[in-house]
Design a protein around this ligand. Structure first.
Ligand code: IPD
Ligand code: CA
Ligand code: CA
Length: 267
């Protein structure tokens, strides 16, 4: 029998996510210390670090044997998902946080022996918390999200993507992506992967492709989308690892195979 205390951990994590969001909101108009990481457009601020530290300290104090997989260096070196692993992006959409002061999120997931048990995606400025427990449905604040539509055609769907496929090391056949963009009804880019998964779960968009997401960008969002019947896999059709930067496709089950087979060709 599993010793994982899903409800108790969910309640505790929810409190921390809300508290962390309040810390960000209170300081939204303060001057920012902005650094860059992998490249000039990969931003990190003092707030990203402060929020990750906030979670790491609370988790280590309350759950000392759990491990933390997170973006800004306050977590552990995690190479497998045995036991309980917290997967955290303290601010997902730092570019939006810096430039727009909105449409960024806190993404926090709890995995137990590789299974996504609890997921939170918190739209901090809008005070909208998307949350899910495995097997208990997904919610937007207090409202339970409906299962996704019975049927979906690619030509009547909205695809989310960013432009990284044409700017960063060209991992995919861009002619095929172009064809996909011409096939769908429309495209959207929101700038926070975690929120993009939440929008999939809400049913306001139908698919999402991205080729370099880290585990902390998607770990919580995937749980939300699973709970309403969505599917997320690597771009080669295999299951996600939640450890690597897997090129991935997330979509309504009616259109995911078509996207993978007809439009995604990894180089
Ligand atoms: C980024 C955002 C963005 C996605 C990038 C991520 P960050 O996360 O989720 O929407 O396109 O791939 O790196 O750096 O703001 O946490
Ligand atoms: Ca992120
Ligand atoms: Ca981040």
């Amino acid at each position: 029998m599993s010793t994982f205390k899903q409800e108790a951990i969910y309640q505790q994590a929810k409190k921390w996510v809300k508290e962390a969001g309040a810390l960000i909101r209170q300081a939204i108009d303060q001057p920012r210390e902005i650094d860059t990481k992998a490249d000039a457009n990969d931003l990190v601020t003092e707030m990203d670090k402060k929020i990750e530290q906030f979670f790491a300290e609370h988790i280590r104090h309350t759950y000392p044997t759990d491990r933390i997989l997170s973006e800004e260096g306050f977590g552990d070196e995690v190479n497998d998902l045995t036991g309980t692993v917290w997967i955290i992006d303290p601010i997902d959409g730092t570019m939006n946080f810096v430039h727009q002061k909105r449409t960024f999120s806190i993404s926090l997931a709890v995995y137990h022996n590789g299974i996504g048990e609890i997921g939170f995606v918190y739209d901090v400025m809008a005070d909208i918390l998307y949350h899910a427990k495995k097997g208990a449905g997904a919610y937007k604040n207090e409202k339970k999200l409906s299962p996704i539509a019975d049927h979906k055609n690619l030509s009547e769907s909205i695809l989310m993507l960013n432009t990284f496929w044409c700017t960063s090391n060209n991992k995919v056949n861009d002619k095929k992506i172009r064809k996909l963009v011409q096939t769908v009804r429309g495209t959207r880019t929101y700038g926070s992967a975690a929120l993009e998964f939440a929008y999939l779960a809400e049913g306001i968009v139908d698919s999402y492709i991205s080729f370099k997401l880290h585990p902390w960008d998607l770990a919580a969002g995937v749980i939300l989308f699973n709970e309403v019947g969505g599917k997320t896999v690597q771009a080669n059709g295999k299951p996600l690892t939640f450890l690597n930067q897997d090129p991935m496709v997330s979509a309504h089950p009616d259109i995911i195979d078509e996207i993978i087979n007809d439009y995604i060709e990894l180089k």
